[in-house]
Design a protein around this ligand. Sequence first.
Ligand SMILES: Cc1ncc(COP(=O)(O)O)c(C=O)c1O
Length: 453
Amino acid sequence: MVAYLPSDGPDPVADCDVAVPRTGSGTALEAGPDVPDAAEIARIDPLDPLVIRRDFPIFERDFGGRTVAYLDSAATSLKPRVVVDAVNDYNTRHTANVHRGIYALGEEATALYEGARERVARFIGARDRHEIVFVRNATEAINLVAATWGRRNIGAGDTIVLTELEHHSNLVPWQMLIQEKDADLEFVPIDDEGRLVQESYDALLRTHPKLVAFTHVSNGIGTINPVREMVDRAHRAGALVLVDGAQAVPHMPVSVAELDCDFYAFSGHKALGPTGSGALWARRELLEAMPPYMGGGEMIREVHLRSTTYNDVPWKFEAGTPDIAAAIGLGAAVEYLVGLGMDRVRGHERLLTAYALDALAHGVPGVTLHGPRAGDDRAGVVSFNLPGVHPHDVATLLDREAVAIRAGHHCTQPLHERLGEAATARASFGVYSTTDDIDRLVAGLRKVQALFS
Ligand SMILES: Cc1ncc(COP(=O)(O)O)c(C=O)c1O
């Protein structure tokens, strides 16, 4: 058992798990010629993060003579100035409610809000902007589907297939639903490198589930799932497919049309947008057939004392005044990402991931790395454990070096049970991340090890 560091304030880890003996299945990367070094990355990197950083005001802050090495983009991304400006612009120059005011400000606000919907639709390859429902985050998007489509379509004895990789947001809403409906959950296991076992998936599909719901990219160990193939097989088995895109949309090109799924959920705040922004995409015919989520203003066509008819989609699902500023900010965020080019974003993060896995494997003795090796199916999320040091101690000590990482189960407790770890430390990247951030992480980890040796 490892002692936690003393702290003057409330214990930040009081409600977290303690270290357990490590039986994990993590892998260390072998040195190979395909792993680029920092100079090579600077030469071939399709994005220049140092130029990008000029767009992010947070890098103007001083953390003890340094900028922050922000390695927690999987939790939330930093925000570029264009997003902050778009939110401010609405609040200072275009303030009014949407879909209501028959006056200039009201029309401007509505145009900005609906313009953001159009941008988000284009960004994720939706054919129709009416298929974009603005929500607060991916969690709300998934709950919306569970509470509306799920309540109407899942019955006693039906099966929903999930995976061991899921974030609690794509697990708990389904647990709640099947308890209410007396239905069943089944789980696709992962192999020792953190990939879904596709034979098990096929076996589960043979039981004819009604719904399959899985993450596009694992926020726990960075696995990128083969979404299109999994969707095709689920459809052949007669199931609908919900994809949790919270960790994909910010980091790689996503086209819901190409993925051919039925529901796709993501959070705006992880994609350079403001907190309180996010979207559910669903096929229009599904949205039209689904009952509303919440009742109130905006979502109605006509209300009488004892009956109501509902608005068209997507407004049927947007009861009450929405977070207008956040949606407009999300529109600005996706335009910014489009400007960078999502292929280039993925290219940048792919190089950084290879660099990080190599630097950790060779620069930090004894480290256990979780998830697939660098490559096509590995995203910029790197979870690891240091022998004999609790991840919370790792994160606390790194904070003294202005290196910000996450420690805990990352809302993936079942995945951590599978890894045999109560907690991991996690570094995750964004468009502004650099090899220098990773070098600072490795140097910080060496200091942690020296302290605990
Ligand atoms: C894969 C995945 N799904 C869902 C979520 C939930 O996101 P939010 O808290 O923004 O709803 C997260 C957040 O980390 C995530 O990584």
